[in-house]
Design a protein around this ligand. Sequence first.
Ligand code: FES
Length: 166
Amino acid sequence: MRMGASPLVSANVAVASRWLTSHDRTRPVSSSLGVGRPSGSKHVNRMKDLPRTLTTPSGVDLGPVTSVADGASRSIVLVTRSSRFHGFVVRRGNALYGYVDRCPHAGLPLAQALDQFIAADGRHIQCSWHGALFEPDTGLCVGGPCVGAHLQPWPLKTIDGHIFTA
Ligand code: FES
């Protein structure tokens, strides 16, 4: 599903499965969705050494839609042999919004605590560093030090109740 107010859509599941079955391919390695958390410090250290990318290939299965509670958010990391990607997903009813985990104010990851991207008002996305507030459906900053800037969308879609990169 494209970020924004796009409805959930379906696509070809076979496209996604190839990314999950090969060691050479992109696969989720750290996610509160429960799809492949790193199991050891050696793996985590290797991941930190990889350069960061702001885009992902299409068709990566990120887990079931229901793994993101309505009104909540989840952090997701995807790793290949050559790069790592950090993003997050926000759910509002049947709508899912994905963004790159990088604040337009200072380029930092928004959340300092795992999965904590939602402001106390329960409505906005909030950066934990200097309090920037973002609309969940557009990524537009509406409060804080970078008003008018946008979070970078992370295109997603759903297939049979699972979230996939688009
Ligand atoms: S880094 Fe996000 S508000 Fe400053």
